[in-house]
Design a protein around this ligand. Structure first.
Ligand code: PXP
Length: 275
């Protein structure tokens, strides 16, 4: 068990529940391992929504290693729940998003050589490249979020870019906890708390994602500024053991429990290293 500092309650017990966006990329990873249509990400999305997920998140990568264009088309047509399209800020992806018109788009960094999205988008360094992409998506009515580290300079740039939302990359915090690096975990947690507060004060909607499990989702759900968590790999992995619907139900319960700790603003929250 690793102790981490608690968030201070800044809104009181009436804060709304956090949305759960299930990332179904790795259902597609499994399907693609054999080709064909099984397991179908659309079926997974349907089950997840029935079990309590609010949004569907899918990352259409340049190399189409998991989600395909056809998956996106079928997810849009099925209208199961709002679709959050994760995408790199490239002309190809921008054209696809403007044609598909998902509810939301999360701009992420992308490298062909990475196994997963390794860090946040450097929106400060790429401001000029991102500005027209953000504005075209926003003008089209798509709810844009920027996947960034919880650094003040990045958060301020997100506000300058007039993106309505950010998603904080919490992978470093999750990794530090999983590896028992308590000091690193505390430092990362402090960055997340401060970043969420700063973003909220700048008028940005705050989401979080990457590497979350039941325990870390419960902890982070206590941050009153957060309105959405996007979670994939852990839920799909858990589905092997308990089924997808049950893993989503457990995640929903963990998040709801975490949100209740808003009432206990100055008590310490404890996070287990396991699932
Ligand atoms: N949010 C974003 C922007 C991501 O890129 C990812 C990983 O694809 C996730 C959330 C989900 O991360 P994980 O699969 O580790 O739960």
């Amino acid at each position: 068990m690793t102790a981490v500092p608690s968030p201070r309650a800044r809104q009181g017990p009436g804060a709304p529940p956090i949305r759960l966006g299930i990332n179904i990329d790795h259902v597609a990873t499994l399907r693609n391992a054999r080709g064909g249509r099984h397991p179908d990400p659309l079926r997974a999305a349907t089950l997840a929504v029935e079990a309590g997920a609010n949004n569907i998140t899918a990352h259409l990568r340049e190399d189409r290693r998991h989600i395909t264009d056809d998956d996106i088309a079928r997810l849009i047509a099925a209208e199961l729940a709002p679709l959050n399209l994760e995408m790199a800020a490239t002309p190809e992806m921008l054209a696809i998003a403007l044609k598909a018109m998902p509810h939301a788009a999360c701009l992420v960094p992308e490298k062909r050589t990475e196994r997963t999205t390794e860090g946040g988008l450097d929106i400060l360094g790429q401001h000029n490249l991102l500005a027209p992409v953000v504005s075209q998506l926003v003008d089209a009515g798509i709810h844009v979020s920027l996947f960034i580290a919880a650094e003040l300079c990045q958060i301020e740039t997100a506000a300058r870019l007039r993106a309505p939302a950010i998603e904080i990359h919490v992978g470093a915090w999750c990794d530090a906890l999983a590896e028992g690096r308590a000091r690193d975990a505390e430092a990362e947690w402090r960055l997340i708390c401060d970043g969420a507060r700063a973003a909220h004060e700048l008028g940005l909607e705050v989401h979080a994602g990457h590497g979350l499990n039941y325990a870390t989702a419960e902890t982070i759900a206590a941050l009153p500024e957060l309105v959405e968590l996007n979670i994939g790999h852990f839920l799909v992995g858990e589905a092997i053991f308990v089924g997808l619907a049950e893993s989503v139900r457990r995640m929903r319960a963990a998040m709801d429990k975490g949100r209740q700790t808003l009432r206990h603003s100055d008590t310490e929250i404890r996070v287990g290293g396991g699932t």
